[in-house]
Design a protein around this ligand. Sequence first.
Ligand code: 13P
Ligand code: SF4
Length: 370
Amino acid sequence: MSISELLEQDLQQATIPESYHEEDPAELEERVWSIKERFGNKLYMPGHHYQKDEVMQFADDRGDSLKLAQISASNKEAKYIVFCGVHFMAETADMLTGNHQKVILPDLRAGCAMADMANIDQVRKGWKIMQDTFGDTILPMTYVNSTAAIKAFVGRHGGATNTSSNAQKMMEWALEQKERLLFLPDQHLGRNTAYDMGIPLDKMAVWDPREEQFECEGNLQDAKIILWKGFCTVHDKFNVNHIEALRKKHPDINIIVHPEVPWEVVRESDYDGSTSTIIETIENAEPGTTWAIGTEMNLVNRLINENPDKEIYSLNPFMCPCLTMNRIDLQHLTWSLDKLAQGEVINQITVEEDTAHYARLALDRMLEMS
Ligand code: 13P
Ligand code: SF4
C-alpha cells in the first residue's frame, strides 16, 4: 500500500478510545487471554518475529514471512485471524485464506517503508520502459514485502513472490524462465542473492523509479538482474564501520545480518539469513560465543534475553525497532479483540478478488517450490 493509500486508510480507521492508554496493561493482558480462551481455535493470532514482546506473548505461532504465509494458507478452522505483523503480511494472509475467514490488522497504520517504495503506477510505467529497452526478456519477481497490486502484476506476467528464506531458489527458477529478472522492491536482497549465485555486480542494473532511469556499472544490455531501487529503512542503518568497530573490540565476534542490509555489509559479515535463520543460528551457537546481529531491534533484544549463555550485541548500537511493526501494541490488540468479542469486526484487511486472483498465482508459485 502506498503512503497516500495508507493515509486514506488511516482516516478510515476507527479511532482507538483514549481509555485503552489509561488502563493498567495487566488488565488489558488479562482480557486478551480471556478472549483468546473464549474463541478457541476460531481465533488465530500469528506473530512476526519483529513484533514487540507485549504482543508476541499472545501469538499462536511465530514465524518469518515465509512461515506466516504457509501457516495462513493451511489454517482452515479460524474464523478470525488477528495478524500481528504489518499490512503486506495481512494482505497475503487474506489472499491465502478462505472466504469464511476474516483477517484483522489491529492498527491499519502498520505499513512497511520498503513496500511503500514501489507503487503499481510506477511499476507499470517502469515495465513499459524495460520492455522497450530489453524486449520480452524479463520475468518480474517480487519480495513479499510489496502490495497485493504488485504481487498481482507479477502473477499476471508469469512471475512469483519470494521471501528472504527462499530468494535464491526463486531467482534460480526465474532465470530458467526468462533471460532477465526484475526484482522488486528491495535492491539489497536482490543484489545479495544474485551475487551469491555468482552474478557479478556489473551484470546488475538498478531501476530508479523516481528518476525513471537505469543505473549500471557495466553495459546495460548485458544486465541479468534489474533491481528496483527500494530498501528497508531499518536494515539500511547498518554499515561496515559498525563491523570494524565491533571486530576491534571483540576479535572473536561472529556477525550475522539479515539480507536486507546493503551488499558491502553482508560481504564483511560471517553469516546472513532470514529472521528464522538468525534465530536458529543464535540458538544453536556454542555457549560463551560472542555475536553481533544486524536486524530489527525487537528481535535482537528478544535473542539477548533468551540466550543469556552468549554475549550478544546489536550490530548498530543506536538501532531502534521497526516503527511500523511497533504500531501493533497491547492497546490496539486488546481494542480489536474487545470489538470481536462484542460481535464487531474492525480494521479488516480485504483484497479485491481480481487482484487477489493474480497475486495468488505469484504466491502459489512460491509456496509450491518452498
Ligand atoms: P523475514 O522474517 O522473512 O526474514 O522478513 C523480514 C522483514 O523485514 C519482514 O518485514
Ligand atoms: Fe518493512 Fe523493514 Fe519494517 Fe520489515 S523491518 S516491516 S522491511 S520497514
